[in-house]
Design a protein around this ligand. Structure first.
Ligand SMILES: N[C@@H](CCC(=O)N[C@@H](CS)C(=O)NCC(=O)O)C(=O)O
Length: 215
C-alpha cells in the first residue's frame, strides 16, 4: 500500500521533480498515469473538477490532501520529512528564489521548447523555437555560473532547489537538439552529483508512458 500517489507521465519534467523527490526521500508512492498525448486527459472537465483545476500534472495525493505545482510539492515533502530542506531562513528564501526562476525561466522555457520541437504534431513554428532557444541559452548560462561557486545551489548540501532545477535536464540530447551537460561545464558535473544520490532514477524509468506509441 503506497503512502502517496502522483499524477504524472514519463515525458513531463515538471512531474519528474515530484517523482524524483519521492524516490530520493524513500517514500512509498505510486504513479497515476495521465494520458496527456492521446487524450489530453489533463484538460478534461473531470480532471479539472476532480484532480486539478489548473489542468496540469504533477498532482500529489497524500491521503485527503491534494497538492499541485511542483514547487509546492517539493516544499511540502521537505517540510514533512526534513530531507532536502533548506537549513536556515536565508537558505529557504534562496531555494524559493531559484525554484521560481526555474519554473519561469529555466525549465519553464525548456519544457515548451522540447514539447514543440520533439513531441508536438505538427512541430512548432521555427521562429517560436528560435525565440525560446535564445531564452534557454541565457538562463542555462546563469545556472551554470551559479554552479561554478559551489557543488549545490545552496552551497554544500543538496536541496529542493537542485531537485527543481534538474527537471528536464536528464532527457536525451536528441530531444532538444543540443547537449546541455556537454556544453555547460558546471551543469554536467552537478547532474552527475544528483544522479549519484541514493534513489535517483531517470524520468523514463520513474514515471509511466515511455516510449510513446509510434516513436
Ligand atoms: N509550474 C508547474 C508546471 C506544470 C505544467 O506545466 N505541467 C504540464 C506538463 S509538463 C501540463 O500539465 N500542462 C498542461 C497542458 O499543457 O494542457 C509545475 O511546476 O508543477
Amino acid at each position: 500500500m503506497s503512502d502517496y500517489q502522483l499524477y504524472c507521465f514519463a515525458q513531463s519534467g515538471n512531474a519528474y521533480r515530484a517523482a524524483l523527490m519521492l524516490n530520493l526521500i524513500g517514500a512509498k508512492w505510486e504513479p497515476i498515469w495521465v494520458d496527456f498525448f492521446a487524450k489530453g486527459e489533463q484538460r478534461s472537465p473531470e480532471y479539472r473538477e476532480g484532480v486539478n483545476e489548473m489542468g496540469e500534472v504533477p498532482v500529489l495525493v497524500d491521503g485527503d490532501r491534494k497538492l499541485t505545482q511542483s514547487g509546492v510539492i517539493l516544499t511540502y515533502l521537505s517540510d514533512k520529512t526534513g530531507q532536502f530542506k533548506p537549513k536556515t531562513e536565508d537558505d529557504r528564501l534562496e531555494a524559493l528564489r531559484w525554484i521560481i526562476f526555474d519554473n519561469q525561466k529555466v525549465n519553464g522555457f525548456l519544457g515548451p521548447f522540447r514539447f514543440l520541437r520533439y513531441l508536438a504534431r505538427p512541430a512548432g513554428d521555427p521562429a517560436v523555437l528560435q525565440f525560446l532557444k535564445g531564452r534557454i541559452d541565457n538562463n542555462l548560462a546563469i545556472l551554470d555560473k551559479r554552479l561554478a561557486r559551489a557543488p549545490w545551489i545552496l552551497g554544500d548540501y543538496p536541496s529542493i532547489a537542485d531537485i527543481s532545477l534538474c527537471a528536464y535536464l536528464y532527457y536525451p540530447a536528441e530531444e532538444f537538439g543540443f547537449d546541455i551537460p556537454a556544453t555547460h561545464k558546471n551543469i554536467g558535473p552537478w547532474l552527475d552529483r544528483i544522479r549519484a544520490l541514493p534513489g535517483w532514477k531517470h524520468p523514463y524509468d520513474l514515471m509511466p508512458g515511455h516510449p510513446l506509441p509510434g516513436r
